[in-house]
Design a protein around this ligand. Structure first.
Ligand code: AMP
Length: 279
């Protein structure tokens, strides 16, 4: 496995692969089983897999956790190697952003400034900026993203469509820990007590899933169920949103199977946690 620390090395490596199929898995590191499932999927379907590990400053807001974001590079590299990754791209901030006055890629207004983008208005522009650079450099046939970050993958998919990018965006299922909490690099911020409290999140997802399986379609009824299960009055949590929408993030009144989403963002202690259901 090659560890590529700068853009020239990545370009040379990519040239050497010629016409062979290439999968790209963009990450911010601190790899967990969610990331590993994306990597395994890419390895299964492509001759070569490139993983990028880059804590992208442009997608963090002013008061967010950029400086404290977990970094476990040696462990991450060992995991990638054990899975059979061909190369890991670990650029510096200076490599990725040599200029402080760059062309901006803005997310669509209807998708980029609601939900995660409401509290974090520069977030998706930062995500698209780095993802587009990674696509241009790694030139993958397929790029793998988790459904865990539903709004992100839908916006990236729209960028690929709107800009006619010659690659396929592959969406991978949410991977959960034994207690049901979706894996996230930020879960390490949770104390044992907070983790216990956070389990109301997967409980809510499961409850909504069962209600839909039992035939409930009305969003108002499902929203009530979500709020009852989250029970923010007895637990010290803050609900940013519990929202039903379609894949363009427009609100819906009824579930249309295969076309609907339930998006949930909750703060437990100081940690913002996301979960969702593709329903
Ligand atoms: P991150 O390192 O948090 O930027 O995540 C890198 C990629 O891994 C993104 O496409 C995420 O959606 C995906 N991912 C993160 N957590 C999970 C999870 N629990 N299950 C599936 N994919 C995930």
């Amino acid at each position: 496995m090659q560890v590529l620390q700068n853009i020239e090395e990545l370009k040379t490596f990519r040239e050497s692969l010629g016409m062979q199929s290439v999968g790209l898995v963009p990450t911010m590191g601190a790899l967990h089983k969610g990331h590993l499932s994306l990597i395994s999927e890419s390895i299964h379907h492509n001759t070569h897999t490139i993983v990028s590990i880059f804590v992208n400053p442009t997608q963090f807001g002013q008061n967010e956790d950029l400086s404290t974001y977990p970094r476990t590079l040696d462990r991450d590299l060992a995991l990638c190697e054990s899975l059979g990754v061909s190369a890991v791209f670990v650029p510096s901030v200076e490599q990725m952003y040599p200029s402080d006055d760059e062309i901006a890629i803005l997310p669509p207004k209807m998708m980029g400034y609601v939900l995660e983008g409401f509290d974090r208005p520069t977030h998706f522009a930062g995500v698209l900026q780095v993802v587009l650079k990674l696509f241009m450099l790694a030139r993958p046939h397929k790029a793998y993203f988790g459904k865990k970050d539903a709004q992100q993958v839908l916006i990236v998919q729209k960028m690929a469509k709107d800009l006619h990018l010659p690659l396929e965006i592959v969406m991978c299922p949410i991977v959960r820990d034994d207690d049901g909490l979706a894996f996230s690099s930020r879960n390490v911020y949770l104390s044992p007590k907070e983790r216990e409290i956070a389990l109301c999140i997967p409980r809510t997802i499961t409850r909504i899933e069962s209600a839909i399986a039992q035939g409930v379609r009305e969003v108002r009824e499902l929203e009530n169920l979500a709020h009852q299960t989250l029970d923010f009055k007895s637990a010290p949590i803050h609900i940013f949103y519990a929202y039903f929408c379609d894949h363009s993030l427009a609100p819906i009144t009824h579930i249309r199977q295969g076309e609907s989403l339930f998006l949930l963002a909750v703060r437990v202690g100081k940690t913002r946690l996301l979960d969702n259901l593709w329903c």
